[in-house]
Design a protein around this ligand. Structure first.
Ligand code: UD1
Length: 422
């Protein structure tokens, strides 16, 4: 059992370099399955989800070699269809991208039902709607999703019922080598959608409109290898921006695309935090108590649901009553119970949390209930005088590259401790 121990109450000061984006790296890794050639992927974050995704491809017969720090060569020429390990697939949500990649490569797919963070029911009906439009027959049986295309695949028009990051990328993967034109409407517009399109286009794909709500995919015969660098992780950057604000510190956060952070920057400014933007960095500085704010999560360019728990910590410490409205997922407030152990005053009613700010939280033993909720507990611990212990940290390590090391370098008294069962 590992835990994170934080002796908090010290302002963070210094510089943090942001790693590659988890939610771009994962679809791009699975996208390599479409390429019968070697792809060199740079700026891959050193996180558990990436290790799982690379192992899944390796188990399927792909060659995966680490070339240097954060740079991997992936050659999926020899990968076999339908051969992914169901245990590994269950470990990460992003394994659903195997469905799109396998259809695109083999014209069929056989993949275990994906796992991931528990935010309530997470259906994949929109992914399936997209695959069916391309000519797939879908069967869900015994914990597996099975796709077949008895009459072949063809380009098609798909209008999603809701904006889904996963469904948009999955249909892009399925369509890139499918004959004809596929038009995806009501598409998600997240920066990672653009990154996946850029990767596939660098391999010879013909995708236009990524970053808008209409994406056009003109099917090509084959994709070729390439060298591609993953964009910086806006959620990792946002997490450190909030850590700086919560600890009344000053952090320069480098290797970011400030435009991707605008919804986060805007809310921090509204709370009275100073944010200065450079070309590829932001500086976040805070000295006084933050003021209350209302936040509603939305698909990009709205405020990201993946920053919702971290924002809740700032609201716990702000002056006044804040309203936090989760409009993307049904059940993403489970972590509030953990914050309440630290003295937070939070009332949750369905998808809305009312948070009454207090001058300070008190230290406690808490747990990460999911990846971003775990990051929120770290921010709470950093901002709180005394010793906070966080359990279940494997969930944090799924998505944060060297969180403890990066924070220690900025003056945090934080350590990862192995605890033996007695
Ligand atoms: C991805 C991210 C996750 C992030 C989320 C929203 C990965 C691996 N995960 O998750 O970190 O929090 O985007 O930015 O990249 N929905 C359906 N049917 C579907 C698909 C989605 O009803 O077929 C619903 C979901 O339950 C949710 C909403 O649509 O309420 C948005 O989900 P989606 O954008 O698809 O998120 P994920 O791809 O699961």
């Amino acid at each position: 059992m590992e835990k994170i121990v934080i002796r908090g109450g010290k302002p963070l000061k210094g510089e943090i370099e942001i790693s590659g984006m988890k939610n771009a790296a994962l679809p791009i890794i699975f996208g390599c399955l479409l390429v019968k050639d070697s792809c060199i992927i740079e700026n891959l974050p050193d996180i558990d989800d990436v290790r799982v995704a690379l192992t899944i491809l390796k188990d399927m017969g792909a060659t995966v070699n680490k070339l240097s720090e954060n740079v991997f060569m992936i050659d999926a020429t020899a990968a076999r269809s339908g051969s992914s390990s169901v245990e590994l697939v269950r470990k990460i949500r992003a394994s659903y991208y195997l469905l799109g990649a396998e259809i695109g490569r083999y014209g069929k797919a056989h993949v275990g039902v994906p796992g991931g963070c528990d935010f309530g029911i997470r259906p994949i009906d929109q992914h399936i709607k997209g695959f069916e439009a391309l000519g797939c027959k879908v069967r869900m049986d015994g914990g597996y999703v099975e796709l077949a295309a008895p009459n072949g695949l063809h380009g098609s028009s798909i209008f999603f019922d809701l904006v889904s990051v996963g469904a948009t990328m999955n249909v892009m993967l399925a369509a890139v080598c499918t004959p004809g034109l596929t038009v995806i409407e009501n598409a998600a517009r997240e920066p990672h959608i653009v990154d996946l399109a850029n990767f596939l286009n660098t391999c010879g794909g013909q995708i236009s409109g990524a970053g808008t709500d209409t994406i056009k995919v003109k099917g090509v015969d084959t994709l070729h290898g390439c060298t591609y660098a993953i964009i910086p992780d806006m959620i990792e950057a946002g997490t450190y921006m909030m850590a700086a604000a919560a600890t009344k510190g000053e952090l320069k956060i480098t290797n970011v695309i400030p435009r991707h952070l605008e919804s986060i920057t805007a809310k921090l400014c509204e709370m009275g935090v100073d944010v200065t933007e450079g070309d590829d960095y932001v500086v976040v500085k805070s000295g006084k108590r933050m003021t209350r704010v209302n936040v509603k999560t939305q698909p990009y360019p709205g405020f990201p649901t993946d920053m919702q728990p971290q924002m809740a910590v700032l609201m716990c410490l702000a002056d006044g009553i804040s309203q936090l409205n989760e409009s993307v997922f049904d059940n993403r407030f489970r972590y509030t119970e953990e914050l309440m152990r630290m003295g937070a005053l939070i009332k949750v009613n369905g998808k809305v949390a009312m948070i009454e700010g207090i001058p300070a939280l008190r230290p406690a033993r808490v747990r990460a209930v999911d990846l971003r909720a775990g990051a929120a507990m770290v921010i709470a611990g950093l901002a709180t005088r005394g010793t906070t212990e966080i359990d279940n940290i494997h969930l944090i390590e799924r998505g944060y590259d060297d969180l403890v090391g990066k924070l220690r370098a900025c003056g945090a008294d934080i350590e990862r401790v192995e605890e033996r069962n007695i």
